[in-house]
Structures are given as structure tokens and as C-alpha cells.
Ligand binder design. Sequence first.
Ligand SMILES: [Zn+2]
Ligand SMILES: [Zn+2]
Length: 335
Amino acid sequence: MKDSLVVQKQGLFYKPGNFYIDPLRPVPVALITHAHGDHARSGSGEYITSEKNAALLRRRVGSDAKITSYPYGEPFILNNSQISFHPAGHILGSSQIRCESNSYVTLISGDYKRQEDQTADPFETIPCDLFVTEATFGLPIYNWPTVETSTHEILKWWQQNAKDGFASILFCYALGKAQRILQMIKNHHQTGPVYVHGSIQAFNTLYQEEGFDFSFATSPLDNPKNFDYSNALILAPPSTFRSVWMKRFLPCKTAFASGWSLVRGNRRRSGYDKGLVLSDHADWKDLLRTIKETKAKKVLVTHGYEQLLSRYLKEELGIDAKPLAGYGFIPNEEE
Ligand SMILES: [Zn+2]
Ligand SMILES: [Zn+2]
């Protein structure tokens, strides 16, 4: 159905289903792709999400929120539409939302990636008529190293710091990225103990309910005051960089794990000792591959480099594409 998707001041609205997707403001019915802060906000009347996202979403929007959840791939009816959630590969429970009405399929990607991540169900390719794609890293310069390369880099950096007598503090987003890293290093670390900040610990507990075991990563708060962290790896959210909390680990080396680390200017301005390239978003070639695989006749681009990517799709690939403004995105807030 043409024009079934519109942007209102509350956010992205799917008319046939009478609901919003990742709304910016409280609405009666909100369908949520995943639990990052720029997608899941409190105050809505009812939330509908994937089963694996339900606990994470509850943590984000509050214990009295009304949350209904469905397993991946299970269709349900909302007004005049059939809806289903499908893995987006971004973080635990992240979904693409498939909306069908009058045989016209609209697919909203949320945030997604194609790279291996043992903490998220792998991205599923869904054929559609209209694809709403994110473009956080929609520039040709963004080309991710392999997961093996990134894992090796983390382990090597940690080992070298330990040898030189420095604690290694790796800054990363508390939800998704931290658990992905813990899973990556889990069976490969011999250098020393692993600690996590309380905000990461809180999400780890929710991952535990889904069968992940991060019990090897404990809280530094349990240690005595002058504890020696020189062979330790500490995972912490960017908000603790240069904080009082961080002081206990001195002397230390710092790194930031993010897709943004690929650009040298970002690395220099950030103040971290090292930039580790590891992203939970599709890079340029995976964005193009995914868009082609959906066979969508129309593409709306949001969440980042929407102008550039939509122009490229139109001019180079002949795809009917245009930017879609107004679908929540706060750059750098949660990657
Ligand atoms: Zn996200
Ligand atoms: Zn996002």
C-alpha cells in the first residue's frame, strides 16, 4: 500500500496497523526494534517487541510498562496488517519489523549488521516491497575488519599493556557491544582477570537469562582498595572515561571499541590511547548487499548518512531511494 508509512511528530507511523515504530514521544502503541536508548523510550501505552528483547526493553521503559512480545518469525494481526519480527543481528533481541497490508510488504530494519556476533541471532534476509534501511555507517570508507582480526587486536593490546604494567580499560556501549566483546574473548583470554562496570553487569544479568554466561567478568567494587589491576581487562561505558571510578585502575591504558574508531580524526579527538574498530552496524558493502538482497522496489534511508546513501542507490544502482527524516537518531548516543 502506497504511503502506508508516514513521519509524524511522535515518530514513524505505520497507518494500516495504527502503530508507531521506535517512537520519539509517548504514543498509544509502540513497536520496538531493540532496546538501545535512541529506539526504546518510556511513556507509551503499550509496547510490542520480540520475545528476546522483552527483558531488555522492560529495563529501559520501566517495570509497570505494558509489554507484549512475540517469537521471531511468528505473525500476528494489528488492525489491517500482519506483523512479524525477524532477527537484525544488531544486539540480543534486535528485530527488523515486517509489516504487510494488501499484499504490500514494508520492512523496517532498525539497526542491523551482517557480521558474526554470537550474542545476537543472525540477520535474516526478508524480501519486501519497501525497505527502510539505517545508514549509520553509510560511507564507502566504512569497511570493517573481520571479527577474528578485532578479537586478536583486543587480546594483543591487553597482553602488551599487562607486560608493561598497565591495566587495560576498554570503553564500549554497555548494552550489546560489551556482551559481544565478552563472548569474543571468553575462551581465549589468559592474560588476567576481567572486570565490568555496574551498568554492563546489569545487562549481563539479563543476557544470562537468555543462556549466556559472563560470570567470569566480575565487579571491581568487590576488590580491596589498593588492588593491583596491572594485568586486568576492564570493560566500561564511555560515560566513565576520565571519571573518579576510573582512577582506581591507574596506571592504565584506554581504548574505545566502535565503528567510529576507523576514522583517524575521531580517534585523535576522543582522547583514548587506542581505537579498536568493532561495530554492531552494517558497513558500506553490507548495507548495499542487504538492500539488493531484499529486492525492494523502494528504499527509504534513515539513521545517519541518509542523503549520501540514497543518492548512491538512485544514481549508481537505479533504485528508487530517498532519505527519511524523523525516525529517531541521536548520533553517537548508542551505536
Ligand atoms: Zn542500536
Ligand atoms: Zn540506533
